[in-house]
Every structure is written in C-alpha cells, then in structure tokens.
Design a protein around this ligand. Structure first.
Ligand code: ATP
Length: 456
C-alpha cells in the first residue's frame, strides 16, 4: 500500500517551490516541468552524491560531458534510428488520439503482449493497426531543413561515452576494468502520460559505462547491481521500498544480454528507477564498424588486444529525486496540529540549517544573521525573519531542513542558541561558537529514515 499519493507530492512540490508545470501560464506543455529554487538545490545534491560515489570514492572511473547533438551516424550505429521505437495506435473513432499499444494491452487485457481486441480508452472507438514510432526528437543543423541536415537530440547519454572511448583511453591511463561516467540531459518523444516527473520529454540521466574483460562481465554486473542498490539505501531510501527485477528475454533491449532494474514502490506501483545492463561488446563493435576506427583495448605489456564488455548502470536524476521526495514525505500530529515534513537524508536536503530569530527585535535578527553568515560558508543555510516562529518551522519542515537554530533573548545574554532536530523535534541548547562543528559532525554521520519500520 502506498502511503502518499502523487497528488500530495505534486501539491507540496508546487507549494514549496520544488517543481512547477512548464509553460504553466500557457496551460502547460505535455510531460514537461520546470524546477524551482529548492528543486534545483535538491537535484544538484542528488547529482553530487552520484558523482561522489563514482569519482571521489574510487579511482577507476573518469568523468565526461559529451554534446547533446552528435553526428547522426552515432544513432545509426547504436541502433536507435532503426530500433528505438514504440508501437503506436490511433483512435479511428471520434477522438483520433494516439496511444501506445503495449500500454493499452496491459490496461485492458492485463499483459502488454496479450492478444485480443483493444479499444480507445477515451471514446471507445476502434483503433488503427500499430505503427512503429521513433522516440528521438529530430532537428536540423544549419539553415536548410532537408534530410542531409537532419540531426537528433540524444535519447541517452551513453553513446557519447562509447564514441569517446578512444579519446579517454589515450589520456586516462586506465585498463579494464575502468569506467566513464556522465550526467546530462536526454530527450525522448514520450507519448505516455508521465506520472509527474517520472516520465518527461526531457530529463537528466546519470550513466556510467564500465569496461571489463569479457570473461568478467557477469561478475561486474552483479557487483554494480549491489553498488547501485546500496547508493539509494545509503541516501535514506527504505530498503523494503526497493527491489531488483531481472528483465525477461522478451523485454531485453537490442543491445543487452542481461538487464536488471532497480525499482521503487511508487504511488502508481513498482516502477523503474535505474537499469543495470550487460551491453556486451555491442556498442564498441558497432561504432568501430560505422566509423572505421579501432575501438579496443591493447595491453602495452602483453600486447593482448580485445573489445571490452560493458556494464552500464543508467539512472534518471528526476526519477531518483521523485523517489527521494516520496520516501521522505511524512505527516504527523504535533501538539494538536498536523505537520508535513520531508525526512530527507541531510546530505540531500536542499537547506541544511535555518537560522531564525525568535522575535524580530532586541538585536535578535542581527545576531541570527551573523550566525547564518558564518554557517553558509560551510553548508547551504537560510535566514528567515518572516512570520511566527511556528510558521517558519513548518516551512522548513516541508522543504526538509534537518536543523533549525533559534536565536532568543538568552542568546543575547550568553551566546547560546537552541538547535532543533527536524525528525525528533528534540531541542538542545549549545554555544553558538560550537554550531559549525556540531552540524558538520552530524552531516557526516550515517543516517537512516525515521520512517523505517513505521506502519504504512
Ligand atoms: P522506461 O521503461 O521507464 O521508459 P527505459 O528502460 O526506457 O525506461 P533507460 O533507457 O534504461 O529507460 O534509461 C535509463 C534511466 O533513465 C531510466 O531508468 C530512468 O530513470 C531514466 N529515464 C528514461 N526515460 C525517462 C523519461 N522519459 N523521463 C524521466 N526519466 C527517464
């Protein structure tokens, strides 16, 4: 049973400036969203934690930032031009809308591959025969809009990595197993309605291609499944909300010999957060064939040469962010009042500390601002004087700020402040001079969700 609805999450994200529908004043635009202030901060933290786990905490992965629009040959070689398609049917009745055939079979017949008649879910009309529809967005480079100038917005970041394999090998002094990691926007002309930011036309991916000696591919596939699952739980997602699901033979992409998805129990049911695929040598071999370049590893000592296999953990920034928000969302009654709180891992929280003067006079705002200016050197902090203290805390709870610091009349006498914990609501009084050390210590501590074990 889901504990929070997607509508509640959408409402909180809008109310607190995380995520807005894109082009809202014009009535919105398909599956697109804009990120507001706290959304940007949270998204940056998600990406930073991914980079941290891929780069800072190990020495076998290097970073890359490749172009969104590449030579169209890339997509021919990768198989996306021919194969990156969904089956579409159009209503032949009144409404003329288009749907994904596999979605309708799943909804109406219980299985996306089931045989049997399906009808338009909007007007009940008959449906056309399915037509393959390519998900890549097309564009034209240069002033002339003809076939020879056609290009594509990338539908995944991975190909930018494969086509740079040789460049990276020539400078990085790495030998398999080693990885190349990239975060960036990808674009897909999705026609399925999106479930908020779960499925959008443009989204950010965090992809890492791990190049390994072919006999070791199975072992590294297992390794990366474990690592990636642990990334989510270390950042506070409750383990019973996550599972690994191996793809059946009929689900595998054209390039993959084995894929497992990390799935999260979203309000709409178990859905993919990240795919971890064994891509074999498909991509390097294809690009070698289409470009005429040798894309292989040559051992300088033994002279041994081979095309490495690739293990790919491919995650979505936006989907990860949605799961972090959903998993953190909580409501409780405190002293007769309803409180909504985002119990985010402190490392993900958009704001780590809010400094609040109890009253807006008697030197308290000036003192609070001084403390805030010291803290913001170390971590993202806020200073807020507007409204009653209760209201200001409610705001911080809803954006997931783990620590609140109140400056009161006693502060003016002895330079101590109260430090409030978002989750336990415990308040301790400590000297203002110890705040920075105390919060830095708390930020480094392992953290588990207080929702763990709580009844759903
Ligand atoms: P789905 O089956 O949900 O369409 P996929 O299997 O096609 O996803 P991949 O190609 O494996 O997705 O992409 C890797 C990751 O990129 C996904 O696990 C997801 O987190 C993210 N992603 C893919 N498509 C979208 C999208 N339209 N909107 C948001 N994130 C996406």
């Amino acid at each position: 049973m889901a504990e929070v609805t997607l509508d509640e999450i959408v409402a909180l994200c809008k109310r607190r400036g995380f995520i807005f529908p894109a082009s809202e004043i014009y009535g919105g635009f398909r599956n697109t969203y804009d990120y507001g202030h706290y959304g940007v901060l949270l998204k940056n933290n998600v990406k930073n934690q991914w980079w941290r786990s891929m780069l800072q905490e190990r020495d076998d992965i290097v970073a890359l930032d490749s172009a969104i629009i590449q030579n169209p040959k890339v997509w021919e070689a990768s198989g996306h031009l021919a194969g990156f398609t969904d089956p579409l049917v159009q209503c032949l009745g009144e409404c003329k809308r288009r749907f994904r055939e596999d979605d309708l079979r799943e909804e109406q017949l219980g299985d996306e591959n089931a045989e049997g008649e399906i009808r338009c879910p909007v007007c009940g009309g008959e449906l056309s025969e399915p037509r393959r529809f390519n998900l890549m967005f097309e564009t034209f480079v240069g002033p002339v809009q003809d076939e020879s100038n056609k290009a594509y917005l990338r539908p995944e970041t991975a190909q930018g990595i494969f086509i740079n394999f040789k460049n990276v090998l020539s400078f990085a002094r790495k030998k398999p197993p080693f990885g190349i990691a990239q975060i960036g926007k990808s674009f897909r002309n999705e026609i399925t309605p999106g479930n908020f930011i779960f499925r959008t036309l443009e989204f950010e991916q965090m992809e890492m291609e791990y190049f390994v000696p072919p006999p070791e591919a199975g072992k590294w596939h297992e390794y990366w499944m474990e690592q990636r699952l642990a990334w989510y739980t270390d950042l506070g997602i409750r383990p019973d909300m996550l599972r690994l699901r191996a793809h059946g033979a009929d689900e595998l992409s054209h390039y993959s010999s084995a894929t497992s998805d990390v799935e999260y129990d979203f309000p709409m049911g178990w859905s993919e957060l990240e795919g971890i695929a064994n891509r074999g040598d498909f991509d390097l071999t294809q690009h070698a064939k289409f470009s005429g370049e040798k894309l292989e590893y040559v051992d300088s000592g033994s002279g041994e040469r081979y095309v490495p296999y690739v293990i790919e953990p491919a995650a979505g920034v936006d989907r990860a962010m949605l799961s972090f928000i959903i998993d953190a969302y909580d409501t409780e009654e405190v002293e007769g009042r309803q409180r909504t709180v985002l119990r985010l891992h402190p490392r993900l929280a958009p704001v780590k500390a809010a400094v609040l003067p109890l009253v807006n006079k008697d030197g308290q705002p000036e003192k609070a601002r001084e403390i805030y200016e010291q803290l913001r050197e170390l971590m993202s902090a806020e200073f807020d004087t507007g409204g009653s203290i209760g209201k200001r805390y409610r705001r911080q709870d809803e954006i997931g700020t783990p620590w609140g610091i109140t400056v009161d009349h006693q502060t003016m006498d002895d330079d101590t402040v109260t430090l409030r914990d978002r989750d336990s609501l415990e308040q301790v009084r400590i000297p203002a001079s110890e705040l920075a050390d105390e919060l830095s210590r708390r930020l480094k501590e392992p953290w588990t969700s207080p929702k763990m074990g709580a009844p759903a």
